[in-house]
Design a protein around this ligand. Structure first.
Ligand code: ATP
Ligand code: MG
Length: 722
């Protein structure tokens, strides 16, 4: 009876409607990208509220980001016609965990005002414990142990649960003991780390059945989005809350897509999907097969690609969003990342001229260092952009640190820069020394660097501090001396090396460290197009000044990982090259699982696009500071020819004749690898006869040669000329 169907239900397909209306009992919605899983969850909440099955405060809804929670809240409001009065239990697992803990801190040995430690705090704390125990913290770095603990916590393991073998993994069997000491120390400090936000609630519910019972009664409905990326601890906590006593319906609804599980590296367990049906007997499993987001070409390309993964649950996807005018997925080749960014910029401007909004466009990168080239290009073009899920390139910590070094070399009096880096990396120059320098400089009206130079000779500072300052001052004087006559990129590298800054990140065992090193290399690379270090710093000052306004029409730039759940009319996917995407780390692992996670990431990327999808690969990329002549990503081979076009670079941006792209072979439906005779390949061949070396060398200052193949198939290797 369509006439009496509430508004929010109209427009849903029968399967979606079933998922929305089956609110009593466990439901698992397992479905591909863009089939309306998130929409089902939102509508389900609206339905629960509209049919007065629960108050907003009785619904527990878990989203993957806090932003997603805010959006869901707004949409529910629209569906039920009016703002929803508070949905206090809508948020990420972590944010809900904090809330539970604040309420019941004493049950976990904490007080309600507990602090949440960030990674830096955690590492410092662990280091103290390691040293106090007489363990060599060079051999057993605190960072490494912090990650071990985090891994255990993601698996829901307290110190007592650590299996023997695991505990041995650190400090000759002292792992478990240290873990326990760490937890005890946190308690004394009235503090939690991130993992505790999951672990404490589990423990609390297990140890206090009465409390658990209260929450069983409280949370009448539980909903989880992006379920494929929950880790074991999250699953345990969810199961505790959702497995209610016999006779009470287990009103839990999880939606997910095994093909979009992309956080395995952070402990996510896609097997949680399989466990659901086991743990919630009689669960209704609903499949959604109609995709509402993308055109047939985009969907066809994505489906064909992901079919190369083994061990999938397998799903069908179809769309009737097809139109003879629909564009196929466009694959473009470029010479290097600069040209890639230029061409993407041109494409965007062209779309803009056809009155497409920048808000509807996104650039999704595999690694954050790739963003820099686009940001620079867009600043030059005056195109608005925003970086989602992280700071903009030049605002990253390691970039700001490096820039502070450069600024101080160029400009003696930059005290802010001085203060930023004088003790980064650590040189034993603590607050007392800085304050003394500050006072000295103020009293004499001289820059702090000059004050440091003078104070070396006084006895106002401790001997150790004087020695450190002496090194700092000598270094800066030397670098300043090099400023005029050394190529500025070379000087920049020298500064980062000699200051110990690069080493600081090389010795850093945290998960972000390799990315930060990549960013530093990218920073140096970005200086190449400037005449001097001063010219470069001026440019940076301008880039930093462009504001990011929420209401601005702007292109989004983000990593593939943070694009989960989002959609855009036009999506650009740059950097589809072996070693970047799939990422070298996944290839080095050798096994199937790393590569398959990369492929799922590619699937996530493609399926963000509604109407237009452009993939790029370049023939030369500077990775880890080395120019590499790269091969097109294997994922390109895995795209079906019926849904993909290679665009001729000569047409899209003229004056760049690089010879045939084997279009004819492509038409004969041969795999991509045979299709691309990439410029990189050509150049590398030509290089052997020195034919193009000059041309190439003049751009990059290095020569390049292809020297061989890796074990897992042909791979480019490069000798750097530097
Ligand atoms: P992902 O796996 O990427 O998270 P999803 O399954 O959560 O995707 P949604 O984001 O909920 O999919 O929906 C994709 C798009 O399709 C949205 O724009 C949504 O509004 C639209 N959509 C979903 N269901 C319908 C429907 N029945 N009618 C029209 N549009 C729909
Ligand atoms: Mg979704």
């Amino acid at each position: 009876d369509v006439g009496r169907r509430p508004d929010y239900l109209s427009g849903l397909n029968p399967e979606q409607r079933e998922a929305v209306e089956s609110i009593d009992g466990p439901v698992l919605v397992l479905a591909g990208a863009g089939t309306g899983k998130t929409r089902v969850l939102t509508t389900r909440i609206a339905h629960i509220l509209a049919s007065s099955k629960a108050f907003p405060s009785q619904i527990l809804a878990v989203t993957f980001t806090n932003k997603a929670a805010r959006e869901m809240k707004e949409r529910v409001g629209v569906l039920v016609g009016g703002a929803v009065e508070g949905m206090p239990w809508m948020g990420t697992f972590h944010s809900i965990g904090v809330k539970l803990l604040r309420r019941h801190a004493e049950l976990c040995g904490l007080r309600s005002a507990f602090t949440i430690l960030d990674t830096d705090d955690v590492v410092r704390l662990i280091k103290q414990l390691i040293q106090a125990d007489g363990i060599d913290d060079k051999r057993w770095p605190a960072k490494q142990f912090a990650q071990l603990i985090d891994g255990w916590k993601n698996k829901g393991l307290s110190p007592a649960d650590i299996p023997e073998g695991d505990a041995r993994a650190f400090a000759n069997g002292k792992g478990r003991e240290l873990y326990a000491a760490y937890q005890a120390r946190l308690k004394t400090l009235n503090a939690c780390d991130f993992g505790d936000l999951l672990l404490h609630p589990i423990k609390m519910f297990r140890e206090h059945p009465d409390l658990l019972k209260e929450y069983h009664a409280k949370f009448r409905y539980i909903l989880v989005d992006e379920y494929q990326d929950t880790n074991t601890a999250q699953y345990m906590w969810l199961r505790l809350l959702a497995q209610r006593p016999k006779g009470v319906p287990q009103n839990v609804c999880c939606v997910g897509d095994d093909d979009q599980s992309i956080y395995g590296w952070r402990g996510a367990e896609v097997d949680n999907i399989l466990r659901f049906e086991k743990d919630f007997v009689g669960a209704k499993v609903i499949k959604l097969e109609r995709n509402y987001r993308s055109t047939e070409h985009i969907l066809g390309a994505a489906a064909h690609l992901i079919a190369h993964n083994e061990g999938r649950l397998g799903k069908t996807l179809f769309t009737d969003r097809s139109d003879p005018d629909d564009q196929k997925v466009q694959v473009h080749a470029a010479w290097d990342s600069e040209e890639e960014a230029r061409a993407v910029g041109e494409e965007i401007e062209q779309l803009q001229r056809q009155t497409h909004r920048l808000n509807d466009m996104a650039i999704l990168v595999r690694a954050s260092f790739q963003m820099r080239e686009f940001e620079d290009r867009f600043v030059t073009l005056g195109l608005n952009y925003r970086v989602i899920g992280g700071p903009r390139f030049y605002e990253r910590m390691e970039i700001r640190d490096a820039l502070a070094y450069f600024r101080l070399v160029c400009q003696d009096a930059d005290d802010l820069a001085f203060e930023r880096i004088v003790n980064t990396p650590k040189r034993g120059l603590g607050d007392t020394t800085i304050r003394a320098l500050h006072d000295y400089a103020r009293a004499r009206d001289i820059p702090m660097l000059a004050a440091a130079a003078e104070m070396i000779d006084t006895d106002e500072l401790k001997a150790k501090a004087r020695k450190s300052l002496f090194d700092v001052v000598t270094n800066f004087r030397r670098w300043q001396g090099l400023l005029e006559n050394t190529p500025h990129t070379e000087l920049a590298e020298t500064i980062l090396e000699e200051s110990g800054y690069t080493d600081m990140w090389k010795n850093d065992k945290s998960a972000e460290a390799p990315g930060r090193l990549e960013n530093l290399k990218e920073l140096i690379r970005s200086m190449e197009q400037f005449e001097s270090m001063r010219g470069f710093l001026e440019h940076i000052a301008l880039v930093m000044d462009t504001e990011t306004n929420e209401n601005l029409d702007a292109v989004s730039i983000m990593t593939l990982h943070s694009a989960k759940g989002l959609e855009f009319e036009t999506v650009f996917l740059p950097g589809w090259e072996e070693g970047l995407f799939p990422h070298q780390r996944a290839l080095d692992e050798g096994g199937r699982s790393g590569l398959e996670e990369e492929r799922r990431l590619a699937y996530v990327g493609l399926t963000r696009a509604k109407r237009r999808c452009h993939i790029w690969f370049v023939s030369n990329r500077r990775i880890h500071g080395l120019w590499q002549s790269t091969l097109p990503s294997r994922f390109l081979d895995e795209l079906p020819v019926t849904h993909v076009d290679i665009s001729e670079p000569e047409q899209s941006y003229g004056g760049y004749n690089r010879g045939g792209y084997g279009q004819s072979r492509f038409d004969k439906q041969e795999p991509f690898s045979n299709t691309y005779s990439t410029p990189g390949w050509k150049r590398a061949q030509a290089n052997k006869t020195d034919a193009t070396r000059d041309n190439w060398g003049s751009r990059s200052g290095v020569s390049i040669e292809r020297v061989g193949y890796g074990e897992s198939g042909p791979r480019a290797k490069t000798i750097d000329g530097e």
